[in-house]
Design a protein around this ligand. Structure first.
Ligand code: PMP
Length: 423
C-alpha cells in the first residue's frame, strides 16, 4: 500500500463496487442515537461482518452444531469437515506449505503467547535477545516481557523515527545474539507498513526467527508467506470480517514440531497415563479443549469473502481514501496526524491542540461517528509521540469519502463548541 500525494480524486469509477460491497453489511444501514446514520470508522479495532459470514454462523448453529474430532455421528462429521475446511482455506490463502502449519487460536494475542510459551520457554537462555519494535501493540510486547522475566532473556526494540517508520540503521548490531524478532506488519496507531521481508532476510542471516503480527495487515490481504518468508505469523478473525474469539498462528512445521504445547487438555494428546502424556501431531498439539468451532467456520467464510474481492481495485481505493482522509484532516487548524510513512494503511491517529481525544470521541459519537480514543494498546509508542492518548479514525474497504467529510465536519463542530465554551 503506497500513497502518492494527491487528494483530488474522482470516486465515480469505484462507486458501484463500493456500494455493492456495502450492501453485504447489514449493520452499515444502522442508525444510532435515534436517527443518526452510523459512520463506522473504528475498523482497526474490529471490522463489520458481511452476510456471507453471518449466514455461515447461523447455518452452523441451526443445522450442524456438534463438537469436532470426537463424535461418530452425522453432525459431528459435518462440523469436523467444515472446521477442517477452514484450515485448508486459511492455508491456501496465506500460501502455507501445509495445513499442519495452521493452528487455530482465540486471536492474535493468544497466538503470540503460544509462541512465547511453546518456543520461548523451551529454547531461550539467559542473555538471549528478543527484538520487538517501538510501534508494537501490547499483544506483541507483554508476552515477550513476561518471557524475558521467565528466562532471563533480554528485551530490545527497534526505534521508530519521527515520521513513524522503523529506524533500521542499527539492525545488524541489534540482531547479534537475537533469537527472536517479533514485529508488526502494519501499525495499528501509525498505519505504517513495515518492510518485513527485509527484516526477515537480515534476521535469518543472523540465525534469528521472525514472528509477524499481521493483525492489521491480513484484513487488507497483504499477507503472502512466500513473499514474507517469516517463521511465525499471527492474526485475528474479527479484524478481517470474521467472528471474534478466533485467530490463526502460522508456524513453520518443523518449528511447531519442536515446540512444547501451550495449553494442556483434551484433544491435544496422543497417549495419557496417570503420570504422563504424549502429544498429538501438529497442529492439534496446540488446540487443547473444544475449539471455537463456529468461529473457525465463520473465519473460513470471511477468508473466502476476502478472496472473492478484486484487490487491485480495493488496494487502489483504500490508498486513495487514506490519502484523502489524511489531507482533509490535516486541513483542520491545530490537528496533527501522527505517522508519515510512505507505505501505510488506513489507521490514522491524530491529536488536536487543546482538545482531549475522549471529549472528541464522545461528541462525535452523538453524530453517529464511531472512532477510537485512548492509548490504542500501544502506551510506549503513544508516550514516545508525546501524548497519553490519541484519536484514531481507521478506514476499511466499505468506507466512503463522504464519511471522511462527515468526520471532518464533526471535528470542526466540536472544536467550535469547545472554543465557544472555554473561550
Ligand atoms: N496486534 C495489533 C497490531 C493489533 O492491532 C491488535 C488488535 N488491536 C492485536 C495485535 C491484538 O489482537 P486481538 O485483540 O484480536 O488478539
Amino acid at each position: 500500500m503506497s500513497n502518492p500525494a494527491s487528494p483530488m480524486v474522482d470516486w465515480s469509477d469505484w462507486r458501484p463496487t463500493i456500494d455493492a460491497l456495502r450492501r453485504e453489511f447489514p449493520i452499515l444501514d444502522r442508525k444510532v442515537h435515534g436517527d443518526k446514520p452510523l459512520i463506522y470508522l473504528d475498523n482497526a479495532a474490529t471490522a463489520q461482518k458481511p452476510k456471507a459470514v453471518l449466514e455461515v454462523l447461523n447455518r452452523f448453529y441451526t443445522e450442524s452444531n456438534a463438537n469436532v474430532h470426537r463424535g461418530i455421528h452425522c453432525l459431528a462429521e459435518e462440523a469436523t469437515e467444515a472446521y477442517e475446511a477452514s484450515r485448508k482455506t486459511v492455508a491456501s490463502w496465506l500460501g502455507a506449505p501445509s495445513e499442519k502449519a495452521i493452528v487455530f487460536t482465540r486471536g492474535t494475542t493468544e497466538a503470540i503467547n503460544l509462541v512465547a510459551h511453546g518456543w520461548g520457554n523451551k529454547f531461550l537462555k539467559p542473555g538471549d535477545r528478543i527484538l520487538v519494535t517501538e510501534m508494537e501493540h501490547h499483544s506483541n510486547l507483554i508476552p515477550w516481557q513476561m518471557l524475558a522475566r521467565r528466562t532471563g532473556a533480554v528485551l530490545d526494540w527497534i526505534p521508530v523515527t519521527g515520521d513513524g517508520v522503523l529506524d533500521l540503521s542499527r539492525l545488524d548490531e541489534q540482531l547479534a545474539s537475537t533469537r527472536m524478532v517479533s514485529l508488526t506488519h502494519m501499525s495499528n496507531v501509525l498505519g505504517t507498513v513495515n518492510p518485513v521481508r527485509d527484516v526477515v532476510a537480515r534476521a535469518h542471516a543472523h540465525g534469528a526467527l521472525v514472528l509477524v503480527d499481521a493483525a492489521q495487515s491480513a484484513p487488507h490481504s497483504l499477507v503472502d508467506l512466500n513473499e514474507l518468508d517469516c517463521d511465525f505469523l499471527a492474526f485475528s478473525g474479527h479484524k478481517l470480517m470474521g467472528p471474534t474469539g478466533v485467530g490463526v498462528l502460522y508456524g513453520r512445521p518443523e518449528l511447531l514440531e519442536a515446540m512444547d504445547p501451550f495449553l494442556g487438555g483434551g484433544e491435544m494428546i496422543s497417549k495419557v497415563t496417570w503420570q504422563d502424556a504424549t502429544w498429538a501431531d501438529i497442529p492439534y498439539k496446540f488446540e487443547a479443549g473444544t475449539p471455537p468451532i463456529a468461529e473457525v467456520i465463520g473465519l473460513g467464510a470471511a477468508v473466502r469473502f476476502l478472496q472473492s474481492l478484486d484487490w487491485k481495485v480495493f488496494h487502489a481505493y483504500s490508498d486513495a481514501l487514506t490519502r484523502y482522509a489524511i489531507a482533509q484532516l490535516e486541513s483542520i487548524d491545530g490537528l496533527v496526524v501522527h505517522g508519515k510513512a510512505p507505505d501505510r494503511g488506513g489507521a490514522i491517529s491524530f491529536s488536536i491542540r487543546d482538545l482531549h481525544p475522549h471529549d472528541l470521541a464522545h461528541f462525535l459519537d452523538q453524530d453517529g461517528l464511531a472512532i477510537r480514543a485512548g492509548h490504542m494498546c500501544a502506551q510506549p509508542l503513544i508516550h514516545q509521540l508525546g501524548h497519553s492518548a490519541l484519536t484514531r479514525a481507521s478506514l476499511y474497504l466499505y468506507n466512503l469519502p463522504e464519511e471522511v467529510d462527515a468526520l471532518v465536519r464533526g471535528i470542526l463542530r466540536v472544536k467550535e463548541f469547545f472554543h465557544r465554551v472555554l473561550g
